[in-house]
Design a protein around this ligand. Sequence first.
Ligand code: SF4
Ligand code: SF4
Length: 176
Amino acid sequence: MALDLVQNPKGNWISLRILEGLFSLNEASLRSRGLRQFLWALIKVELFWVGGKCQHSGHCCQKVQIFLKGTQIESPGEWEASMSKNKGSLARFQPVMAGSGQIRHFNCSCLTPDMTCSAYETRPQFCKAYPFSNFVSEIPLYEKCGYHITWTQLKLRSKNRRLRRLVRRIELIYKP
Ligand code: SF4
Ligand code: SF4
């Protein structure tokens, strides 16, 4: 379950124009992947923000999808490796297998019948960071979540095709 987040729904147009310029410059000269990702992360929060409020529906605690470092845990091997590194915080999750032998989702033993977390203070980082973590990793939010991704008051002016594709991707994932 999420913390209530404070973001800037207006965006900062000066920052956005500078970042757009730097993005185009990188594409035209350096073509550094790391710099591109860094600039895109900054541009994204000027164009979009996480709006809404937690309705305490508990949906994000049911059929949990676990992403560690941006990668979804889908196979038993990945799960075992993650468990050995993060035993304390992950022990509460039980994988539910799909017919394919892959992990469909996880059940959390800390979810109470009234949809609250019985171990709120010690919940894993990805629980604390939801929904912002999903936005950062460009993962859809849970269905019927009280949060949504929406536009700030700014629009992209850059004609850079790669940057436009990245923005389009966010539009397709979140339909802001
Ligand atoms: S640890 Fe708590 S917040 Fe995280 S999924 Fe389980 S019940 Fe939800
Ligand atoms: S799915 Fe969204 S609204 Fe529901 S408990 Fe989680 S953060 Fe709150």
